[in-house]
Design a protein around this ligand. Structure first.
Ligand SMILES: NC(=O)c1ccc[n+]([C@@H]2O[C@H](COP(=O)([O-])OP(=O)(O)OC[C@H]3O[C@@H](n4cnc5c(N)ncnc54)[C@H](OP(=O)(O)O)[C@@H]3O)[C@@H](O)[C@H]2O)c1
Length: 255
């Protein structure tokens, strides 16, 4: 199936590794022009060089999305380089190393506020774009009451993100801008969270595996495939959904 990305201009935040990296690679394979960012310059530059070597149109520079002024400058430059914006994939999360109230503030910034800030930056451009759509990467942690203790704040903020995006989908429908979310279950990738769990907490890793009906963790490519579909014009009648990519980890009926 041709997803219709050949003439599309896309921003994906956090594309230097993991789900963001797989998403950029997938969109480039589909013919989109993509701009991405990360804080760490080395991994980002290596990824950009790889995509450009493949003949892809890929732009990027390092920036911290929680630095609102620097991020706004980055966003405008990215849109300028792309020549406009049709699709925005809001993917970033950041490791939370705080405790107490500061931990909640960090989660609010990383898992909610920066998505909203980025959306405000994207919207004026998406309104001028073609087949415009937004995809947020949420998490099944948003609907689990038995999360790992370290995911309390993360899960609550991802739940807020789902509420925000669902309301946005309703508001933007009349402007023909689609808004969807994707909620991965545990995803294994190089230098990712679950690689660390596999090494340091093998029992927890096995429990996460066993929750999937396939008895394995998901891959970044599986998330990227679903993201590309939801973001694409092929999904033209789909808006306001939260698609789980979790191998059946959540054991509820999904109406
Ligand atoms: N992996 C999973 O099991 C899983 C499960 C459910 C949901 N998710 C969601 O999927 C998304 C991606 O997860 P992932 O596992 O691929 O994450 P990851 O491995 O931590 O990668 C995050 C990406 O974002 C960049 N980034 C982090 N903080 C940033 C900041 N403040 N400013 C700019 N860039 C920043 C990182 O690069 P730098 O560190 O260099 O900045 C990296 O490129 C997240 O929204 C996450 O919540 C993941």
């Amino acid at each position: 199936m041709d997803l219709g990305f050949a003439d599309k201009r896309v921003i994906v935040t956090g594309g230097s590794r993991g789900i963001g990296h797989a998403t950029v690679q997938t969109l480039i394979n589909e013919g989109a022009a993509v701009a991405t960012c990360a804080r760490g310059a080395e991994a980002l530059e290596a990824a950009l060089a790889q995509w450009q070597k493949q003949g892809g149109t890929a732009y990027g520079a390092s920036v911290d999305v929680s630095d609102s002024q620097a991020f706004a400058r980055w966003f405008e430059l990215a849109v300028e380089q792309l020549g406009g914006l049709d699709v925005f994939v809001s993917n970033v999360t950041s490791k939370n190393e705080y405790s107490g109230e500061a931990r909640w503030e960090q989660a609010f910034e990383a898992d909610l506020m920066q998505h909203i800030r980025a959306t405000e930056m994207a919207l004026p451009h998406l309104r001028k774009g073609k087949d415009a759509s937004i995809v947020y990467i949420a998490s099944i942690a948003s609907i689990m009451s038995a999360n790992m203790p370290t995911e309390t704040e993360y899960g609550a903020m991802k739940a807020a993100l789902i509420s925000y995006a669902s309301q946005l989908a309703h508001k933007l429908g009349k402007e023909n801008i689609r808004v969807n979310l994707l909620s991965p279950g545990p995803i294994y990738h190089k230098n990712g969270f679950w690689q660390g769990v596999e090494k340091h907490q093998p029992d927890l890793y096995k429990r996460a595996q066993a929750l999937s009906v396939f008895n394995r963790l998901g891959t970044a490519q599986e998330v990227a495939n679903a993201t590309a579909f939801l973001a694409s014009p092929v999904a033209s009648n789909i808006t306001g959904i939260n698609l789980r990519v979790d191998g059946g980890t959540i054991k509820t009926v999904n109406f």
